[in-house]
Ligand binder design. Structure first.
Ligand code: HEC
Length: 104
């Protein structure tokens, strides 16, 4: 019975942690939905536009910062009427982009 209770509380803690932490997988889904028109968002994507940097390039900038990126994404850039991301969504996107940092 004790072990069961312990197991259950661990499960609850893990679940709560997941709700707070950024979810890069959700970020990927959001990126594929909102960002592929202009950015190359993964190395599977062949074509974006010349104007917008790829996510790998963004993540690899020397001054890259995941929190700043999430903040930047709260405002649509080039002004786009149909893109309004929630705080959670911007964090997920930032986590997804951060994963694409080049490892040297
Ligand atoms: C309509 C085209 C368009 C869409 C859609 C778009 N972007 Fe961009 N993005 C650009 C352009 C162009 C730039 C470069 C010029 C600028 O900073 O405004 C840019 C710049 C950025 C930068 C800053 C790069 C840097 O370090 O200066 C980030 C981060 C970014 N985009 C993320 C995203 C994400 C995440 C999405 C999807 C939620 C997205 N963009 C959707 C066109 C777009």
């Amino acid at each position: 019975m004790r072990a069961l209770t312990l197991g259950l509380s661990l499960l609850l803690i893990a679940g709560a942690g997941r709700a707070l932490a950024a979810d890069a997988e959700n970020g990927e889904a959001l990126a594929k939905r909102w960002c592929t028109g202009c950015h190359v968002v993964s190395d599977q994507q062949r074509k974006g536009t010349d104007m917008a940097p790829s996510f790998a390039a963004i993540a690899s900038q020397a001054n890259f910062n995941e929190e700043k990126l999430a903040f930047f994404l709260l405002e649509p850039h080039p002004k786009m009427s149909n893109m309004a991301l929630s705080r959670g969504e911007t964090k997920d996107l930032a986590a997804y982009i951060a994963q694409q940092k080049h490892h040297h």
